[in-house]
Design a protein around this ligand. Structure first.
Ligand SMILES: NC(=O)c1ccc[n+]([C@@H]2O[C@H](COP(=O)([O-])OP(=O)(O)OC[C@H]3O[C@@H](n4cnc5c(N)ncnc54)[C@H](O)[C@@H]3O)[C@@H](O)[C@H]2O)c1
Ligand SMILES: [Zn+2]
Ligand SMILES: [Zn+2]
Length: 259
């Protein structure tokens, strides 16, 4: 099959690699129909390079059609359409039972003190081959994959793999008071979703991003959008009666421009 592989710092390429095969009873093989690129992939492209091997398959926002399942997978079957979450979690350990699947104790990469294994995400997260490929082996497929309807564009479901739940949970953790104000820093995919979720929940949302097209996209959805400049903190205070927004979501991440 063809897959997108990491070749070195700032270098990725599509290469011919062996097709994945079922290796254990809880595996599934999924034929990819869509896969997104994440801001998190940029970390691999540059800063996390020392933890990558040449040839690693990247990608963790995939969906597709189940081709084959292992003997103990009963929740999905060949032909089902599924979205695959970024985390590889077992569903039955203490962390999974407490809703902390990103810390799954079965797949946790203890050697690096990191959390649950992640698709396509370096030694730090288990070196699990990722989904920017024609086929993906999904470990713990008896728990992870989300079955979605057969109809509708992939784009309707794809973002369940990572950025919609990330943005939703970020807004939940921000604990915005009823009818309150929320600042969203960064208007990449995660920030766009966090801002729209904030509007959906009835909050006033003020976002900050240096890219005009990203601000314009947010403004089309009822979000106030500010350019990044030295006085932006003061501008946020001015727009909120001098007190500042009630809550903040940082959706910029590691490669911030300025502070
Ligand atoms: N499950 C998770 O925890 C999870 C999931 C997805 C993404 N992430 C992380 O969330 C972050 C955002 O992801 P993304 O895909 O939206 O990335 P992105 O790179 O597309 O977006 C980042 C945005 O921040 C803007 N920005 C840069 N510096 C800024 C500053 N100082 N102030 C305001 N805006 C600034 C950029 O212009 C860009 O629009 C990344 O760090 C990513 O790793 C985490
Ligand atoms: Zn992602
Ligand atoms: Zn678990």
């Amino acid at each position: 099959m063809k897959a997108l592989t990491w070749q070195g710092k700032r270098s990725v390429s599509v290469e011919e690699v062996p097709d994945p095969r079922i290796q254990g009873p809880t595996d599934a093989i999924v034929r990819m129909t869509s896969t997104a690129i994440c801001g998190s992939d940029l970390h691999l492209y540059e800063v996390l390079g020392p933890f990558m091997d040449k040839g690693d398959i990247i990608g963790h926002e995939p969906m597709g059609i189940v081709e084959e399942v292992g003997s103990s997978v009963t929740n999905i079957k060949a032909g089902d359409r599924v979205v695959i979450p970024f985390n590889v979690s077992c569903g039955h350990c203490w962390m999974c039972r407490h809703g902390l699947q990103s810390q799954c104790e079965t797949t946790q990469v203890r050697g690096y003190n990191s959390g649950a294994a992640l698709f396509g995400y370096s030694w730090l997260y288990g070196s699990v081959p990722g989904g920017q490929a024609e086929y993906l082996r999904v470990p713990h497929a008896d728990y992870g994959p989300i079955k979605v309807p057969q109809t509708g564009e992939d784009e309707r479901y794809l973002y369940l793999s990572d950025i919609v739940p990330t943005a939703w949970q970020g807004v939940q953790y921000a604990n915005v008071p009823e009818g309150g104000s929320l600042a969203v820093l960064g208007l990449g995919p995660v920030g766009q979703f966090a801002a729209r979720i904030g509007r959906h929940l009835g909050y006033r949302v003020i976002a900050v991003d240096p890219v005009p097209e990203r601000r314009a996209m947010a403004e089309r959805h009822g979000i106030e959008a500010l350019d990044l400049h030295d006085g932006v903190a003061e501008e946020l205070r001015e727009r909120t009666d001098g007190r500042g927004p009630d809550s903040v979501v940082d959706a910029v991440g590691m490669e911030a421009h300025g502070s």
